[in-house]
Design a binder for this molecule. Sequence first.
Ligand SMILES: C[S@@+](CC[C@H](N)C(=O)[O-])C[C@H]1O[C@@H](n2cnc3c(N)ncnc32)[C@H](O)[C@@H]1O
Length: 240
Amino acid sequence: MVDRLNRQAVRREQTTDVSMLERLVAPDGKDVLDIGCGGGALVRELACRGARAIGLEVSQQQLGPALARDPDGRARYLVGRAQALPLPDASVDVAVFMRTLHHVPPADLRLTLAEARRVLRPGGAVYVAEPLAEGDFFALTSLVDAELEVREAAQAALAAAGPAGLDRVTTVDYDVRVSVPGLAGLRARMVSVDPARAAAFDARKARLAEAFERLGEDGEGEGEGCFLQPMRADVLRASA
Ligand SMILES: C[S@@+](CC[C@H](N)C(=O)[O-])C[C@H]1O[C@@H](n2cnc3c(N)ncnc32)[C@H](O)[C@@H]1O
């Protein structure tokens, strides 16, 4: 694999999702809700860094991996949807959408942002980090599902969040380094979000294998590939 990561990193700051979140909304000591927490990596990191973290997923099954990876119960976990959060009004300090907002159907985005606003305490923040449609990880995953329309819809909803009672106050673009433990790991990661991707992945396996090798940098593990993914972080606060 070629040494692409260092060359591309000069374009914008390379950091981690949790570091950017920490910088923009200082979660330590706060009630932080991670909406669409997936495997719960961010929830655990937030709990380790002193936040009272809550992970939310759409079903008990989807919450399974996060629960399994937090046997000590450092965080709290809930089943529910972004469109109808199972929490009282004014009950969290930060509501996070980490790569999740574009998974909400476009027609529900305004309602979803209004829900996040509803559960915010005074002075709280909605934090949204979305992958941009560029970079090597996008080039790889777009062979299966480019998600272009839903990503655009999510950005449009953020730009027009006023009716949801929110103002977009800060926007920062950054790069993250995504590590994937081989092609099978990429398949598992993509299919866990949407089972319908399995057929498309299998049909394009040869092209995916070529792109994985060409675009990735060697990681520490056997067969592991690392890819740059540009991200956009937005902080929204309740309108005055
Ligand atoms: C791309 S994954 C991101 C997972 C995790 N936040 C991360 O950064 O690794 C998107 C997640 O959003 C969840 N999701 C999809 N629709 C949702 C909804 N309406 N409400 C809450 N979560 C949703 C999915 O189950 C999935 O785990």
